[in-house]
Design a binder for this molecule. Structure first.
Ligand code: NDP
Ligand code: 2IT
Length: 444
């Protein structure tokens, strides 16, 4: 059996039930076959892949807090510190009822390669809780965040592990978490990114993942003789990534006609009114269906199904495995020619294979959504310098980073004879830097 298959079998056996983690590992290892086969003997002897798929550390803890009725609630808290070969652990915190150790391991594993691709000195990690912020009062969210940080603070630090936002964690949660970290440790340091602008946050971090997604999409389209201007775009989700992807698509002359949340999706043939979406989602914390109350020509449909709306470009920006093989076939049948992933692993493996086999230009999440964490790393640099850069300066750096990620991804694919396969390209390019750093640092 090949080394790669052996390691995959071992991952399935030793991490039972963690299906998303298995899926993420399989996709990476399959791409790496091209590289591993050439170096099999030395990699095997060094246990390189066994070390790569095993998190350096997982912290798992109890999070007790008191709700508005005086009732004690208990959630699970986690931090997966996956790989610190190229820098301190870096990656978001997710608050969603679906969170479990397997999901955070998949996200942490992806983060290692994504962070490597940014070219910046950040290792990979991820954390979170099965706490559901939906419908909670601000006081309840604060009580949860303070309890969560009370435990987490023992394991993080500006040069050790630097969490940020992800699903369910935005400016409000980062503020509560930061306040509690400072209170417990007495340190005013860049221990979190995505902070508010008055206490060490970076301009552009809020927009960064969505903007970065569209910057790399634009690069991919141009390199393939196409352009975004005039194109119809469907974006799933209506959270941080979806909103700022929509904003940048509109700035570059494309038209986003659909957005969704976990209840359903809206279709506005005239193009989404983003100010209204921001008001509903960022201010009111409401549901996407409220859009049609104010735009009567738009249509709301309950449930999944957003991928049935005809488009040229699809940008899945909600969650993992939200786009399956049937959806991919529907997109293709309706004329969609490009997919770029704002979310982490939103396409199932079958959908991904379908894009590659059917000539759909496809940029996988670990390259496409790397603008968020890259800008987090820029926030860390500013914190270390005790300076704040202007919006334009950060935005220019973000743009340059996304252009470089595209170039690295495309050229790694070409080097290994799979031109245009950006899945292989991103996995290989991300892997190369991590492996070099791991090898140099000995058996750790
Ligand atoms: P938000 O919490 O701001 O928004 C998430 C959106 O996705 C909401 O519209 C939400 O709907 C929807 N959603 C979440 N879970 C589900 C689900 N199980 N089924 C259907 N819809 C769902 O999160 P972000 O925008 O920050 O994150 C979106 C994706 O982007 C995630 O995959 C995240 O890992 C990834 N990402 C985020 C980065 C960041 O900087 N924030 C960086 C890189 C990647 P509802 O409100 O109904 O739950
Ligand atoms: O998935 C991701 O890259 C994020 N949620 C952002 C991580 C970060 O540290 O900014």
């Amino acid at each position: 059996m090949s080394y790669v298959d052996e390691v995959y079998d071992r991952v399935v056996k030793q991490n039972p039930g963690e299906t998303e983690f298995h899926q993420a590992v399989k996709e990476v290892l399959d791409s790496l076959k091209l590289v591993i086969d050439a170096n099999e003997e030395s990699y095997r002897k060094m246990g390189l892949l066994e070390r790569l798929v095993e998190p350096e550390r997982i912290i798992s803890f109890r999070v007790p807090w008191v709700d508005d009725n005086g009732q004690v609630q208990v959630n699970k808290g986690f931090r997966v510190q996956f790989n610190s070969a190229i820098g301190p652990y870096k990656g978001g915190l997710r608050l969603h009822p679906s969170v479990n150790q397997g999901i955070l391991k998949f996200l942490g594993f992806e983060q290692v390669f994504k962070n490597s691709l940014t070219g910046l000195p950040i290792g990979g990690g991820k954390g979170g809780s099965n706490f559901d912020p939906k419908g909670k009062s601000d006081r309840e969210v604060m009580a949860f965040c303070q309890s969560f940080m009370t435990e987490l603070s023992k394991y993080i630090g500006a040069d050790q592990d630097v969490p940020a936002g992800d699903i369910g964690v935005g400016a409000r949660e980062i503020g509560f978490l930061y306040g509690q970290y400072k209170r417990l440790t007495g340190l005013y340091e860049g221990v979190l990114t995505g902070k508010g602008l008055t206490y060490g946050g970076s301009l552009v971090r809020t927009q960064a993942t969505g903007y970065g997604l569209v910057y790399i999409l634009d690069e991919m389209l141009k390199d393939n003789g196409k352009e975004l201007a005039g194109k119809t775009v469907v974006v799933s989700g209506s959270g941080n990534v979806a909103i700022y992807a929509t904003e940048k698509v509109h700035q570059l002359g494309g038209k986003v006609v659909a957005l969704s949340d976990s209840c359903g999706y809206i279709y506005d043939k005239d193009g989404i009114n983003l100010d209204l979406v921001k008001e509903i989602k960022e201010v009111r914390r409401g549901r996407i269906k409220e859009y049609v109350e104010e735009v009567p020509t738009a249509v709301y449909t309950e449930g999944t199904g957003i991928w049935s709306i005809p488009c040229d470009v699809a940008l899945p920006c909600a969650t993992q495995n939200e786009l399956n093989l049937e959806d991919a076939k529907t997109l293709k049948a309706n004329g969609c020619f490009a997919v770029a992933e704002g979310a982490n692993m939103p396409s199932t493996r079958e959908a991904t294979d379908f894009y590659l086999e059917n000539g759909i230009l496809f940029m996988p999440g670990k390259a496409a959504n790397a603008g968020g964490v890259a800008t987090s790393a820029l926030e860390m640099s500013q914190n270390s310098q005790r300076l704040s850069w202007t919006f334009d300066e950060v935005d220019e750096r973000l743009h340059k980073i996304m252009v470089q990620i595209y170039a690295k991804t495309a050229s790694a694919a070409e080097r290994y004879g799979v031109k245009g396969n950006y899945v292989a390209g991103a996995n290989i390019a991300g892997f190369e830097k991590v492996v070099e750093a791991m090898t140099a640092q000995g058996i750790v």
